[in-house]
Design a protein around this ligand. Structure first.
Ligand SMILES: Cc1cc2nc3c(=O)[nH]c(=O)nc-3n(C[C@H](O)[C@H](O)[C@H](O)COP(=O)(O)OP(=O)(O)OC[C@H]3O[C@@H](n4cnc5c(N)ncnc54)[C@H](O)[C@@H]3O)c2cc1C
Length: 407
């Protein structure tokens, strides 16, 4: 086992760290404080991501990227999230769906959609699954025909016509291209009746709701999307007809680790601030950090954080080495990391006493940000149910239990 980053990975980490500290960190508090959630998003941060070579980092050089792997991307997302969670999500969404297009798309789709993304220096991506009445049922996914997304794609001559509504979609109103999930066979459950389509974000038949006024992750915009008679030509069906959810599960290997890395970045920032604050603040005749019980708490928090990071990076590495990828790695990294991130951030905030809840220390923003991945990318209850289903399947199989411990 090699447990160190390569020189190339360290270079990317340093670039992400420079972007985070030089550009994102100075801008984030004021953007986060905007009362109008739409204004919390900043094109200047996207422009800068393009300048630092980060916007499409995972794509190959011919499409404007650096060919970074899942592990490198997770490392970079943690760096960026340590400066601001929302900015890391804006990039993570773009990276994972650009990677999906790269892996699953035809040569023609690469030429048209990835070329377009590259040429637009503000090119971002979004993917829309969730609907007002279909959230967790798309993620588990639910086996009944009536559960999950109901948006329809009807076959017509030369293509498909999409009609329906999606909610909470990250980057939706800012996206150059959107992956739309719709039922192509309404008589099947979502697992076997949904397909993916590539839709231009500037299509006149695609409109957006008001930007969601969120508790945290405010620098990323989320909004509803309304698809009204959107014609998609046959060549913009992405992947296999009716197998959209299976294709996504197979190819979005790093997605859960990306979410995990983002939320760990928040906890890392909170932990660092708490360390610095307690090294200055004096109570009981000594620095707060010099009190034994505070030191022990820091030790516990650091152990939790490092354990979660180690697993998240292993999961990201496994995503790059498909044979080592365990399906539970599509649920466990985010489950573990979001719980640790929430606990560590809350404990860090308490180290500040009363000033922790004052905006000027930055801790209350981190606390709000740390709540987001308890639910986003699938609720943690649903993550546990997916892990439980895998364990149950192993328990039912002959001799499969040993494989639980084989990496
Ligand atoms: C910040 C943010 C960004 C997002 N970005 C995107 C995006 O880019 N694209 C996208 O498509 N979606 C996005 N979403 C939607 C997100 O994926 C859903 O919110 C999530 O899947 C949960 O669905 P829901 O909100 O409908 O909750 P529900 O599914 O209604 O869940 C409500 C409660 O019921 C529980 N529950 C549900 N089913 C079961 C069950 N079978 N057994 C036991 N308990 C259950 C849940 O755990 C939860 O506690 C985003 C959401 C947020 C908050």
């Amino acid at each position: 086992m090699e447990w160190s980053l390569t020189a190339d990975q360290r270079r990317w980490r340093d670039t992400a760290r420079a972007y985070a500290t030089e550009v994102v960190a100075p801008a984030a508090p004021a953007l986060d404080a905007e009362a109008d959630p739409e204004k919390s998003f900043s094109w200047a941060l996207v422009d800068a991501a393009s300048e630092y070579g980060l916007r499409l980092a995972p794509l190959p050089p011919e499409f404007g990227g650096g060919g970074t792997d899942f592990l490198t991307n997770a490392v970079m997302l943690e760096e960026i999230a340590a400066a601001d969670l929302g900015t890391s999500v804006v990039l993570a969404q773009t990276w994972k769906f650009a990677q999906l297009l790269m892996e699953l798309g035809t040569a023609d789709q690469h030429e048209r959609w990835l070329r377009r993304l590259m040429q637009n220096r503000r090119g971002l991506m979004a993917a829309s699954l969730t609907e007002p009445n279909g959230g967790s049922d798309n993620v588990l996914p639910y086996a009944g025909v009536n559960g999950g997304m109901q948006m329809r794609a009807e076959k017509v001559d030369g293509g498909w016509v999409l009609n329906g509504q999606k909610v909470y979609i990250s980057n939706s109103n800012r996206a150059d291209s959107i992956i739309a999930f719709a039922r192509t066979n309404p008589n099947e459950p979502v697992r076997t009746g949904v397909s993916m389509f590539i839709v231009p974000g500037d299509s006149p038949q695609v409109t957006f709701g008001a930007v969601c006024d969120k508790l945290g992750e405010r620098l990323a915009n989320n909004a509803a999307i309304f698809y009204e008679n959107v014609f998609v030509p046959d060549q913009d069906l992405l992947g296999r007809e009716n197998e959209g959810l299976a294709d996504v599960a197979r190819l979005l290997r790093g997605s859960n680790a990306y979410a995990a890395a983002c939320t760990l970045g928040v906890a890392r920032a909170a932990f660092g601030r708490a360390l610095r604050y307690t090294a200055e603040r004096v109570q009981g005749g000594r620095r707060v950090i010099d009190h034994d019980d505070i030191g022990v708490q820091f030790a516990e928090m650091y152990s939790q954080l490092e354990s979660a990071r180690t697993y998240v990076f292993r999961a990201a590495w496994a995503a790059d080495n498909a044979k080592a990828f365990d399906p539970k790695m599509a649920a466990m990294p985010k489950l573990l990391a979001s719980q640790v991130a929430f606990d560590v951030t809350r404990a860090s905030l308490e180290m500040f006493g009363g000033s922790g809840v004052m905006r000027e220390t930055g801790m209350e923003k981190l606390m709000r940000d740390a709540t987001i991945f308890l639910h986003s990318d699938g609720t943690n209850t649903v993550m546990r149910k997916k892990i439980a289903a895998d364990l149950r399947a192993r328990a039912d199989g002959n001799g499969a239990l040993d494989a639980l411990w084989d990496w």
